[in-house]
Each structure stands twice: as C-alpha cells, then as structure tokens.
Ligand binder design. Structure first.
Ligand code: KG4
Ligand code: ZN
Length: 376
C-alpha cells in the first residue's frame, strides 16, 4: 500500500545522507505538454516540451477542450522520451512533481492524474507544484546561487505580479494587474492587428520594424496601489487607433502600432518594478513568465538596472515560457522540506501564489521560515 508517511521518512534519510535527488516533473496547465528530469534542483537532464500552438492558432487562442485531449495524446510518449533523453530508468527517480494549478482544469487534470499514477506505481513521493512558482524558479535553474532578498516581475499570459522574496518559497505580493495580464494584452492586440497567436513573440518581432514613438499610448498609474498595473485601457486605446484608421481608410502601419504598444507595456513594467525595488532597497530583480522573453523588456530592464546598480536576471527564452524543468526545480525545494502531496491531490485552477491547497477545500497560506535555504 502507498504510505505517504513512510515515503517522507525515506526522503529524510536521503537528504541526511547527502544523496543526490533526481525528480521528474510534469507540466500540462495550458497548451504545452512537458516532462522534465532535473537532478538536485538545477541540473536539467531532460526538458521535453511539446507545444500545441499550431493546433490552437487557427482558433486565435487556446481551446480548453482541445488542449486537454492533446495533453492526453502526448503525455505517455513524452514521459518515455524524457527518460530516454535523461539516460535514466524509472528506478532512478526519487519523486514525481506536477503542476496542479493555476491553469485550465481539464488540462491540469491530465498531468495530475498521470503524476498520481506514477507516484503510486513507483512508490515515490508526489509533489504538487504551483505553476507561477515554477516561472519564478526558472531563475534558479539558471543561477542556483541567487541571493535573497529580491523582487520578481512575473509576466505571463494570465499574470502580471510584482513579488518580493526574502527566502525560499515565501512570497509577498507588492503589486498585480487590476485587469488584463501583460501577455493577454499582447495576445489581444496582436489578434486585432491580424498577427498570429501567440501574440507576444509576433509583436516582439514586428516591433523591430516599427517606430515606437509614432503613437503615444497611455500608461495606467494608481494613487492607491502604486505598484499595480492595468493594461485594459492601453488595449482599448490600441483598438480605437486601429478602428479610427480603418474608418478613415488609412493604411494600418502594423509595425508602428506594435512598436508603440510594446513601448507602453515595457515602460509600465519597468517603471513599477524599479519604483518597488528602490522603495525596498532591492539589489536584484528577476523576471519570469512568457513575457519575460520579450527582447525590448529585457533590454529596458537591463539598461535601467545599470543606471541604478540593480542586477537583472532572466531565464533563457525556452525557460521563460511553459516548461516542466521549472516545475521540477520548485519540487526540489519542496522535497528538501518533505512537502509531499497526498494521492487525493486535485487540480486547483485558481491556485494563488504562496498558497497550498492539497485537499481540494483547505487552502493554506505559505508560512515564513517553512523552507530552509539549502545553501545556508
Ligand atoms: O508563461 P507563459 O508561457 O504561459 C502562461 O503561464 O501564461 O506565457 C505565455 C504568454 C503569452 O501571452 C505570450 O504571448 C507571451 O507570454 N509571450 C510574449 C513573448 N513570448 C511569449 N510576450 C511578449 N514578448 C515575447 N517575446
Ligand atoms: Zn506559464
């Protein structure tokens, strides 16, 4: 019988004896099916990512039912491929990690059910991981020795958060978007401009051909919540600009609109990240999530960082967008504290950062000092 307590004891022994820890991680929260094998939290032995973008592109966005079905088709072959690429056997694994939220419920369930079956069959710990933590921890894959405290600008398709961290797995949310996420704004504006899904990389490329100063788009600022973002007004301003041009039968200069829109998003992100960093006396800002792959944002953050002596880190582009290596990296830090999930683990589509919700109903806030820094 599967005994979570006995498994926890084995984990403690492994850590005590300084053994290396090899985990497999599964990510299926949206439109990428991915399986990774990572040793000791940062050595990526395999990170197989299969994107469904081509399937969803003709609908202009992710269709949840199609995503779940595709995950089901892909997951088993990808598990095998990851093991082969890592040149290990099932018996070499020390645990199974899986994204259990936030994300699309049907898509998440494919990963969660697979991980539960594997943990049960192999008698291994099951580790439930928050997808947004995964994005942040992609930075630890690149730089395991990052020193606290730092700020993290998390910019993805569903989130735009400014997070303060002074130790592992403790998150203080300083600011967030009040409406659209940055990635969502990129996708919606791209669609209106007739650019393909996903819009972020398409606008990034198109903007290089355009004049970012051709149109001045608005940037939202708040008196209460100075670190908060808002992108829906900007999105509407771009849509108005497109409609006015069409009504006047003017030729739409897609590259100029793309460049001006991107400039406004980047300005808002940089402005608030640095405002918070200066207020908090932070010396390092991390970037995470799909939009962190944006070339203009990376350049602008780096330049501003040089000006104020603040270090800027971001993962390579493939680790910015959804992938299982980042999930497996968080799982390593959970393993170190014996944080396993029961086999009753369920998908939690609206899981918040810094929250644990293994039993379906009971939502627990992450407490301070619950995870020692393994480097200390
Ligand atoms: O983190 P991610 O892969 O998935 C979520 O968890 O949402 O982020 C996907 C988002 C999409 O909105 C996509 O358009 C955006 O990231 N994105 C970009 C770039 N690459 C991906 N946005 C701006 N510039 C990019 N180069
Ligand atoms: Zn993501």
């Amino acid at each position: 019988m599967y005994n979570e307590q006995a498994i926890k004891e084995k984990m403690k022994d492994k850590i005590k004896n300084g053994k290396s820890i090899t985990l497999m991680g599964i990510e299926s929260s949206c439109d990428e099916t991915s399986v990774a094998v990572v040793r000791d939290g940062h050595e990526i032995l395999a990170n197989v990512i299969t994107s469904q973008i081509d399937v969803h592109r003709k609908f202009g966005g992710v269709v949840p039912e199609i995503a779940s079905r595709k995950h089901l088709e892909l997951i088993n072959p990808i598990l095998e491929e990851a093991l082969k690429e890592a040149k290990i056997d099932w018996s070499d694994l020390d645990g199974i990690a899986v994204t259990y939220g936030p994300g699309l419920v049907g898509a998440l369930l494919v990963g969660v059910s697979t991980a539960k079956a594997l943990a049960y069959a192999l008698d291994l710990p099951l580790i439930g991981v928050n997808h947004m933590e995964g994005h942040i921890y992609a930075n630890f894959l690149e730089k395991p020795d990052l020193t606290f405290p730092f700020l993290c600008l998390v910019v993805s398709g569903g989130h735009t958060d400014l997070v303060y961290m002074d130790e592992h797995r403790c998150y203080e949310l300083l600011g967030r978007t009040r409406d659209d996420a940055a990635g969502e704004a990129f996708d919606k504006v791209a669609r209106a401009l007739g650019l393909p899904y996903p819009g972020g990389p398409a606008i990034d490329a198109m903007a290089k051909e355009g004049n970012p100063d051709s149109i001045e788009f608005p940037i939202a600022r708040f008196k209460n919540g100075i670190y908060d973002f808002s992108f829906s007004g900007l999105k509407s301003a771009v849509l108005n600009e497109i409609n006015h041009s069409r009504q006047k039968n003017e030729e739409l200069v897609v590259a100029d609109i793309a460049a001006s829109f991107q400039k406004a998003v980047v300005k808002a992100l940089v402005e608030k990240a640095f405002l918070a960093a200066k207020d908090k006396g932070i010396k390092e800002i991390l970037m995470a999530g799909g939009v962190a792959g944006n070339s203009e944002l990376r350049d602008a953050m780096t330049k501003e960082g040089e000006k104020y002596g603040i270090g800027i880190s971001y993962p390579r582009p493939i680790l910015c967008t959804d992938n299982a290596a980042m999930i497996t990296c968080v799982a390593y830090y959970q393993y170190l504290t014996g944080e396993t999930a029961p086999l009753s683990l369920n998908a939690v589509p609206n899981l918040q950062l810094g929250e644990k919700c293994y039993e379906g109903k009971l939502r627990q806030k992450m407490v301070k000092n619950n995870t020692p820094n393994p480097k200390k």
